[in-house]
Design a protein. Structure first.
Length: 584
């Protein structure tokens, strides 16, 4: 028994699609099913499965235009269904474009890996709910100083995981000290020969730029757009905070304009520039003469991502008039993992008539050292985003500062079940990626990898994830602090709690407000510390009871899945005890 796959794009497949097809072929081979690839000819190939895109295949286009295939004509849309063509019944996995076809092929591979061959034929017709679905990663400028290198194996596998889960871009932020431009570490600007930090060598510059180009190429080959993040960017204010590398108020405007142009020219795979400014407001003339000018003079193909709370209406108006594709980002919960609702208002300018050039995105920091996954949280957040005219979600994931060179040790080394840190968070990426693409993603799709890993009790572990996933968002919303690794926070002394403000004073009362109201005999229409304590106590109790109920079971199969099962139970116990501790 074998399967014939017919490629009906006349010029073959893009590299990213070939990568997805390789995953599908591997999935078949694990089931001892040989695959024969039938390349496109003028005749419909004799195949069991046809793959192609509306953009490039005449066959797909004819089927759609003759109403035989209900494919949505929007970027990234995909369809999997059986169809009869010329008295032949076969399976179609088609899409509007390359990225949609990638998603269709990855979906088929996952069906084979986690379910069974009959699952291949279940029809699906999807199009993206949020057009922008990305993650942020940071690279320290110290890496550039010593000569930046990357682990190709790590990033290739990481990019593939993102694509499998339907993320479509990654923002690489160069994490530099207060207004320290990265450009002198990448290339030399002839018009400004004096800008050279520490007499940085041309050899190191070339190595750093080559690494960036390789990184961008890897992302592109996986079907991801790459954005470059330049944070603490200069605003054009009257005085530089300090004068790094020979830059001063006379040459800074010219240098940044030329450097941005050089960055875009040097690495054509860069699809976006993410700017976060070190102060406000932005000087409008400086903004036009550096950022906008550089993008327009390089073909206006680069998206510009800005943070909405830093941009005034006049600057947005200039952006709209320039035609530069712009993403305005709101950061949720001050870089903490808060509850799944929108606390802040969207920018005051209306974007309804500017959808082709400007879009809104929501950035959520999800820092946690423990695996996380609450499908209810993800559903409610994305539902709120869509109803508030957002078209993008960007995550700062738990591994945002990892590069693949680290030794990722488990809290309990005996239960080490992963090679790279991001593998611990597979369910986190799966939930956010799939539901931001399609909010109605079937429960069996979200749960199927639990069955593959853990067998009959996989549902129980998924339920445990859902419980533990509610702890940190609630804690962060009622305890406003910027300390990392909150799940290890024991709270300190009682007076610490009395001084800690709440993350959202609109709906939650702090200790001082609650105490004053209680002593005055008045009432406030907010959730009180007592009510939150009751919620945390209930959560902690349910988590620990669930852990106990699952401890007697061990999955049969790979050793790493057994270790993962035991590790998740240990991590969940930590969440449960953390919740009980903060309920007292």
């Amino acid at each position: 028994m074998g399967i014939k796959i017919g490629i009906i794009n006349p010029n073959g497949l893009e590299l990213s699609t070939q990568q997805a097809l390789d995953c599908l072929v591997t999935a078949f081979s694990k089931q001892n099913i040989p695959v024969k690839l039938c390349l496109y000819t003028n005749q419909l190939p004799d195949a069991d499965l046809l793959i192609g895109t509306y953009e490039k295949s005449r066959i797909v286009k004819d089927l759609v235009e003759n109403s035989h295939l209900p494919l949505s004509l929007t970027p990234e849309s995909l369809i999997i269904q059986e169809i009869s063509i010329k008295e032949q019944t076969l399976l179609l996995a088609c899409a509007y474009d390359t990225r949609g076809l990638n998603y269709a092929l990855y979906e088929l591979a996952e069906r084979i890996d986690a379910q069974s061959l009959p699952a291949l034929y279940k029809p699906t017709n999807e199009e993206p709910l949020l057009k922008l679905r990305g993650v942020v990663h940071f690279i320290s400028i110290e890496e550039l100083k010593k000569g930046w290198t990357i682990s190709r194996d790590y990033w290739k596998n990481y990019f593939e995981m993102l694509a499998r889960n339907r993320f479509n871009y990654l923002t690489l932020v160069f994490d530099s000290p207060f207004f320290t431009p990265i450009f002198p570490y990448l290339f030399y600007i002839p018009e400004h020969p004096g800008v050279n930090p520490f007499r940085f060598s041309d050899t190191l510059r070339a190595a750093n730029l080559g690494t960036l180009q390789n990184f961008a190429e890897l992302a592109d080959q996986s079907g991801l757009d790459l954005h470059i993040g330049l944070w603490d960017f200069f605003t054009g204010s009257s005085t530089l905070p300090h004068k790094p590398f020979g830059l001063n108020n006379e040459n800074i405007e010219s240098y940044l304009y030329l450097a941005l142009k050089q960055l875009i020219f040097s690495c054509s795979e860069i699809k976006g520039i993410d700017l976060k400014f070190y102060e406000e407001p932005i000087k409008q003339e400086f903004f036009l003469n550096t950022i906008i000018k550089a993008i327009l003079e390089t073909g206006n193909k680069t998206r510009l991502k800005l943070y909405a709370n830093q941009i005034e209406t006049e600057v947005i108006t200039e952006l709209l008039e320039s035609g530069v594709k712009t993403i305005l980002t709101n950061n949720g919960w001050d870089e903490k993992f808060g509850l799944p609702y929108l606390r802040e208002e969207t920018p005051s300018i209306s974007l309804k008539d500017q959808q082709n050039s400007t879009s809104l995105s929501y950035q959520l920091s999800t820092s946690t050292i423990l695996p996380w996954g609450d499908p209810d949280y993800v559903f409610r957040l994305i539902q709120s985003l869509k109803s508030s005219a957002y078209s993008g979600l960007e995550l700062i994931p738990p591994v945002a500062h990892q590069t693949g060179k680290e030794v990722n040790e488990s809290l309990n080394p005996a239960l080490q079940y992963y090679r790279w840190g991001y593998e611990r968070y597979w369910y986190y990426y799966h939930l956010f990626g799939r539901r931001s693409f399609n909010l109605k993603t079937a429960g069996e799709v979200l749960i199927r990898d639990f069955h593959r890993r853990f067998g009959e009790q996989g549902n129980g572990l998924a339920d445990l994830y859902q419980l533990t996933g509610k702890v940190l968002p609630l804690y962060h919303t009622v305890h406003y602090n910027k300390e990392p690794n909150s799940e290890l926070n024991t709270g300190g002394l009682l007076d610490y709690y009395l001084r800690v403000s709440v993350g959202d004073p609109t709906f939650f009362s702090g200790f001082q407000e609650f105490t004053h109201s209680l002593l005055a005999g008045t009432s406030i229409i907010k959730l009180s510390p007592l009510e939150i304590a009751n919620c945390l106590e209930k959560l902690g109790t349910e988590i620990l009871e669930k852990v106990i109920s699952l401890q007697e079971y061990l999955p049969r199969g790979e050793e790493n899945f057994v270790k993962e099962w035991q590790s998740i139970l240990e991590d969940s116990s930590l969440f449960g005890n953390f919740s009980l501790y903060h309920s007292n």
